[in-house]
Design a protein around this ligand. Structure first.
Ligand code: GP9
Ligand code: MN
Length: 431
């Protein structure tokens, strides 16, 4: 009921920040292309195998003077993996404790999504993905989130041709090329989410597309990872070249993010080899949860940003960059570019990272140094840990309440026009 919302409204109010004046509205009216880098971890950025960069195009993008490149940005997904990342990015709501929000609630819940705000702001919104539309219940969910268009597999030429596919669907290079051409035809300004696919477990690629040496960790399931990551980087490079050649880059912001790990914590020996260490600690594994988040646009004041944050923070960050107030949204993240941003990153299992201390698999560390600590030995640290844990537990459980109770249907947001999911159809017109 509406009463259940009151404590939640109070909780999310404390996340409200004043936007940084340099960045508020800096991307106003620009096209936004968000590229979802499948299974892409931050460690790959600037990573080399035998002296060779795995992802030269993404590295260049990260260090570009018009890119804000986050160095302490974490994935926060749970069982819903890709779908949890999408739920956080488009709604600033966490994935649920188990299962997937998109699968279990995507068709039926009321949402106040980023796409809904963008629509009110005159944007066309579209999602692109080279898999069937039913995967993760995307088709139904995107209607609830108010996406105008969903270009899924059948929108791409030769999608049924086996040589165009690997793993779950279309090869990234083919997918990205056709996507760029679709983007060119969208009414502007547009917001586009482009979900890549080839860099997905078990990291297989056809011979013609392999042009990077596999790692030799001795773990067969991870050694192909740098090869598919390299392929994804080439697809991204070709996509950016198209934007530049066509002039599409001029009024467009490109945002990159990684959705979750590519190599899970179960592969400790391989992770140690990749990091050049004899073994890994829980502190190393906390760092292993980092994924890229980069924002680039012509004229944007860039630089490496060391703020601690995660996927839950993307929507408030982008809203402020677009000059859309996030004050009245029920969001569980906050603007990473605001000096008031609370640097607590909550993980779905109750672990957390802050700019001061880190909790991972029940152990505590100083975030800056990796030194392991026992919080009870220092009253100040003990209090910090207690307060942080209580914030993390609250943020997760309040987000769960919003989702499982479908509470947004009771929330009267003065800034938000209700989404009518029935309005949308993503069927391909027969030609
Ligand atoms: C499939 C894809 C993969 O369409 O997005 O999802 P994941 O297995 O990474 O959750
Ligand atoms: Mn994924």
């Amino acid at each position: 009921t509406a009463d259940q919302l009151a404590p939640i409204e109070k909780f999310v109010k404390q996340l409200d920040t004043d936007a940084d004046p340099t960045y508020f509205g800096a991307l106003k009216g620009k096209n936004i292309i968000v590229i979802h880098l499948e299974s892409f971890q931050q460690f790959l950025v600037d990573y080399k195998v035998d002296g060779q960069e795995v992802t030269p195009n993404i590295n260049k993008f990260y260090h570009n003077q018009n890119t804000i490149g986050f160095s302490n940005f974490y994935n926060q997904v749970g069982q819903g993996k890709t779908s949890d990342a999408e739920t956080m990015l488009d709604n600033s709501l966490f994935g649920t404790a188990s299962g997937s929000v998109m699968t279990n609630y995507g068709a039926t819940n009321t949402f106040q999504s980023f796409q809904g705000y963008l629509d009110q702001d005159g944007y066309t919104t579209a999602a692109f993905h080279g898999d069937v539309p039913s995967f993760w219940n995307r088709e139904a969910t995107y209607k609830s989130w108010g996406y105008d268009y969903f270009f899924s597999k059948s929108y791409y030429a030769n999608a049924d041709n086996a040589s165009y596919n690997v793993g779950y669907g279309l090869k990234d290079k083919i997918f990205m090329k056709d996507t760029a051409e679709y983007l060119q035809q969208l009414p502007q300004p547009y917001f586009a989410k482009v979900i890549t696919l080839t860099n997905h477990y078990p990291y297989t690629l056809d011979k013609e597309n392999i042009d990077f040496p596999a790692t030799k960790t001795g773990d067969k399931t991870v050694d192909g990872y740098v090869q598919t990551a390299h392929y994804l980087d080439e697809a991204f490079g070709e996509f950016m070249a198209y934007l530049q050649k066509s002039g599409m880059d001029q009024n467009t912001a490109v945002v990159l993010y990684g959705d979750h790990y590519g190599i899970s914590e179960n592969h400790k020996a391989a992770i140690a080899k990749l990091l050049g260490k004899s073994s890994v600690t829980n502190y190393d594994l906390a760092n292993w949860e980092k994924v890229p988040f980069m924002i680039n646009a012509p004229g944007l004041k860039g630089g490496i940003n060391n703020t601690y944050g995660g996927e839950i923070d993307v929507m408030p960050t982008l809203m402020n960059l677009l000059g859309i107030s996030d004050k009245n949204t029920i969001h569980f993240g906050s603007d990473l570019l605001s000096s008031a941003h609370k640097q607590i990153v909550a993980f779905r299992n109750g672990d957390w990272v802050t700019n001061e201390y880190t909790k991972h698999n029940g152990q505590y560390f100083v975030t800056a140094t990796g030194t392991q600590i026992t919080p009870s030995e220092d009253p100040r640290v003990a209090t910090f840990v207690k307060e942080t844990q209580s914030f993390v537990n609250n943020t997760l459980s309040y987000s769960d309440k919003v989702v499982t109770g479908d509470l947004l249907r009771f929330y009267k947001n003065p800034d938000f026009k209700k989404i009518n999911s029935k309005k949308y159809s993503y069927n391909k017109a027969k030609s």
